[in-house]
Design a protein around this ligand. Structure first.
Ligand SMILES: Nc1ncnc2c1ncn2[C@@H]1O[C@H](COP(=O)(O)OP(=O)(O)O)[C@@H](O)[C@H]1O
Ligand SMILES: [Mg+2]
Length: 307
């Protein structure tokens, strides 16, 4: 199916929301929920690129809402198993999407809390026998009613047979069955490593019905992300800075060994913001315009100083 068709499957919802809200208010639902759902969907839409990821998240959201309505209507409802694998390089939006998903599922009434507990190997794997199961169970408990997001999950099976990572995986697999209804498990990491991880743990793949791939952003997308980050922080680029931004990002991206995507952009923007602050203090220039404007010089400084 064409990208545009899929996109149009999502966007009409945003336009019909106000009517839907009025209808629901008459039925006295928790009004804040539907309004908040609209905010979350808009937040999803506002992310740059990620079209396929957005489509899938929207599909999950629609599925969850419909299952709930079917249940209400006395129809059989599919068991909602939403455990997921996220494959992508750093800075491709995995954590951001997990947080949005948590809120969507909370608003849809699927998750009781919708919070995200983000952990990695060091939070789960202990140093002696029994320690790992205890640690892992603790984190699972914290995530109950929300999402347990395990970053760089492939590292759990890196240590070989004797490693406690295996114990952790077993513990997670068991919890995924036992708590499938109240907690969503997301395993995330670099694409190649996650593929290898699933290949060497053959029992795992079928337990994760949903796989999302987060591609590296293009230079154009990274530039748009930079502009969005500046807008959100209420900064703007001077005219000469505007024409430099894309070139700086292109050059930075070309120099990276492992792409760090939006993280690189965020670091660049935050460094430029600090360089601007130094200039303002030095010059004692504090009009509203001054406080907002980042110049080409500051972008260049940020790109040079950024390691
Ligand atoms: N598509 C996007 N549009 C706007 N901002 C983004 C996008 N993807 C990532 N970001 C921003 O980039 C930063 C890193 O994203 P994050 O979700 O932490 O990536 P990951 O978890 O894959 O490393 C965050 O500040 C996030 O808000
Ligand atoms: Mg992350």
């Amino acid at each position: 199916m064409g990208q545009n068709l899929l996109r149009s499957a999502r966007t009409p919802y945003l336009r019909v929301v106000p009517q839907r809200e009025t209808a629901e208010v008459q039925n006295l639902p928790p009004a804040h929920k539907s309004r908040d759902q609209k905010v979350v969907l808009e937040e999803l839409e506002s992310l740059i690129g990620l079209e396929k990821v957005k489509d899938l998240i929207y599909e999950i959201y629609a599925f969850a809402e419909v299952q709930k309505k079917r249940e209400k209507a006395g129809l059989s409802a599919e068991k909602v198993v939403l455990h997921m694998i996220f494959k992508g390089n750093p800075g491709t939006g995995k954590t951001t999407i997990a947080r949005i998903l948590g809120r969507l599922l909370y608003n849809a009434g699927i998750l009781e809390k919708g919070h995200v507990v983000e952990v990695e190997r060091a939070d789960l794997v202990g140093e002696y026998i029994g320690h790992t199961a205890q640690r892992t169970r603790e984190q699972i408990k914290k995530a109950q009613g929300g999402i347990l997001f395990i970053d760089e999950a492939y590292s759990l099976s890196r240590g070989g047979e004797k490693d406690f990572g295996k114990e952790c995986i077993d513990c997670i697999v068991k919890a995924m069955e036992d708590h499938a209804k109240e907690t969503v498990f997301i395993l995330a990491g670099y694409p190649a490593e996650m593929e290898e991880f699933l290949r060497t743990n053959p029992g795992l793949r079928s337990r994760f019905p949903i796989h999302l791939e987060f591609p590296d952003y293009t230079v154009g997308e990274l530039t748009q992300i930079a502009e969005l980050m500046l807008r959100k922080r209420e900064y703007r680029l001077s005219e000469d800075a505007k024409s430099l931004l894309e070139d700086i990002i292109r050059e930075k991206k070309a120099r990276e060994i492992v792409p760090s995507n939006a993280r690189m952009v965020r670091n660049l923007i935050e460094k430029a913001i600090r360089r601007q602050a130094v200039r303002l203090i030095r010059d004692g220039a504090f009009t509203k315009q001054d406080l907002m404007t980042i110049t080409a010089r500051e972008l260049l400084e940020a790109s040079i100083y950024l390691v």
